[in-house]
Design a protein around this ligand. Structure first.
Ligand code: DC
Length: 230
């Protein structure tokens, strides 16, 4: 058995705006575990793709680009998502736009891209544990996770949350347009053949539409406690 398989992983999957990122970071901080925002890897690859002028459908070239990606996450202590550097340059703002999310979703449909990112994601599994958020954390990347959560919320509520987040970051988005974009991104993520957005067979699904962040966090920690010694 690979020794890293003994390191516990808690996966949080779900569509855009379901709260995975916010909740995942808090759960990781409560446990003192590492945190992987797998969506950020796809987003940074989308930024790199634009820099080299590659097409989102060129899976082989994108997979090659993954190998040369110099990504650094700078964890924040103020509750903000980690800052992201690509080859030393801070790309946090570019990475967070909904336009970048759409490009990330397009390149994420390429099996060669997903295969190239697999080992990069698994390398985040370090002691004492890992909280990993994304679309296929429980199904493909960490199928042996100790607890698997699938977060959902109605599309309207998710769009509203994303709208507030983007507004805070200075992006001037339109709620109606954003709702359409999020629906489109969910459809593409759920319908693709390679590791589509879907709950793992052994995942617990939580509808967060009417839950506070604190309630979602507590519910996830309670599941972990009931299933293990952490
Ligand atoms: O979680 P996010 O919104 O930052 O993710 C951006 C896109 O990246 C998402 O629409 C699809 C893709 N993605 C993926 O396919 N698999 C993951 N594990 C994470 C993200």
């Amino acid at each position: 058995m690979n020794p890293s398989n003994k390191i516990p992983v808690l996966t949080i999957d779900g569509p855009a705006g379901s709260g995975k990122g916010t909740v995942g970071q808090i759960v990781a901080a409560c446990l003192g575990w590492h945190y992987l925002d797998s969506g950020a890897l796809y987003r940074v690859l989308a930024v790199a793709m634009q820099q080299v002028g590659c097409r989102p459908t060129d899976g082989a070239r994108l997979a090659g680009l993954v190998e040369s990606l110099d990504i650094r996450f700078e964890t924040r202590t103020d509750g903000e998502p980690a800052h992201v550097r690509l080859a030393g340059v801070d790309v946090t703002a570019a990475v967070r736009s909904e336009a970048c999310g759409r490009l990330a979703s397009e390149i994420a449909a390429q099996p060669a891209v997903r295969a190239a990112l697999l080992l990069k994601q698994r390398a985040f599994r370090r002691p004492p544990g890992l909280v990993a958020d994304g679309r296929d954390m429980g199904t493909t990347v960490f199928p042996d996770a100790v607890v698997k959560i699938f977060l959902t919320a109605s599309p309207e509520i998710r769009a509203e949350r994303r709208y507030k987040q983007l507004k805070q970051k200075g992006f001037d988005d339109n709620l109606e347009k954003l709702t359409g974009e999020i629906r489109e991104r969910d459809r593409r993520d759920a319908e693709r053949a390679a590791s589509p957005l879907t709950p793992a067979a052994d995942a617990d699904t939580l509808d967060t539409s009417r839950m506070t962040i604190a309630e979602v966090v507590e519910s996830i920690l309670a599941r972990l406690r009931s299933r293990s010694a952490y």
